[in-house]
Design a protein around this ligand. Structure first.
Ligand code: UDP
Length: 238
């Protein structure tokens, strides 16, 4: 299937992607490779902004399991995304890509606060803006933050980099007969509870008419091929 070509995209990088083959934390080799692919996409003429997850370091619900209350755990999770954002920023700047990190929780001595107009201006100047701390609110996820920032930044699509090459009707790592979709509607994803992104993120993309492109970012050069409209991915749209 030929995918549409998008100019301005928001790329969501989950914590899982950043930890590479490790079971926790940040894998510098993986971060460097992903940074290289982001730089190549920019070279190819795309405008990019990023939202990074935090699950490789901390998730609010993991805190709950350890007796930490949900809101505190969620704030810890949001702080984890800031660490990941700084790691991605360092890797991008190392290869000469100009970036800015903007956090939804202001931390003046670490990065900029999230200011939409300023983020738009950075993108106009060719910088890659990395959005950290999710939405800044507990009980949300970085998936929802991705949908929100994609809408705010006027992105043509939300690219979700995962460890599988699209959306399946069951977990392909557990069910060998799982069926892969080339395309889906937002309503079908919500009705069938397909695991694309969480429901609030899917609904926000549906209402803002921003397609979600799910692809395997672990494969080398997959981002470039999907951006060229050639790679394997599932596109979710209205
Ligand atoms: N989080 C939050 N509000 C947000 C975004 C994230 O409270 O708007 C917290 C939540 O605890 C979440 C953690 O940050 O578990 C890490 O984010 P997420 O699980 O989305 O990361 P990913 O799965 O993409 O690595």
């Amino acid at each position: 299937m030929t995918l549409p070509r998008f100019k301005r995209i928001l790329l969501k990088l989950s914590g899982e992607v950043l930890m590479g083959k490790s079971s926790f934390g940040i894998d510098p080799e993986t971060v460097a490779r992903v940074a290289g692919e982001i730089a190549a996409a920019k070279e190819a003429g795309h405008d990019l902004c990023l939202v990074v997850g935090g699950g490789n370091i901390f998730r609010g619900l993991a805190g709950v399991a350890q007796g930490i209350d949900r809101t505190t755990g969620d704030y810890m999770g949001m702080l984890a995304t800031v660490m990941n954002a700084l790691a991605v920023q360092a890797a991008l700047e190392k290869i000469g890509v100009e970036t800015r990190v903007q956090s939804a929780i202001p931390m003046a001595s670490v990065c900029e606060p999230y200011i939409r107009r300023r983020a738009v201006r950075h993108m106009e100047k060719g910088r890659i803006v990395i959005f950290a701390a999710g939405t800044g609110n507990p009980f949300f996820t970085t998936d929802t933050a991705s949908a929100l920032r994609a809408a705010e930044m006027g992105c043509d699509a939300l690219f979700k980099g995962t460890s599988v090459d699209g959306v399946y009707d069951a977990d392909p790592k557990k069910v060998p007969t799982a069926r892969r979709y080339d395309s889906l509607t937002f309503d079908r994803v919500l009705a069938d509870n397909l695991k694309v992104m969480d429901a609030s993120a899917v609904a926000l993309c549906r209402d803002s008419d921003i397609p979600i492109v799910v692809f395997n970012i672990r494969g080398e050069h997959n981002l470039a091929s999907v951006l060229e409209g050639k790679g394997r991915a599932t596109i979710v749209s209205n």
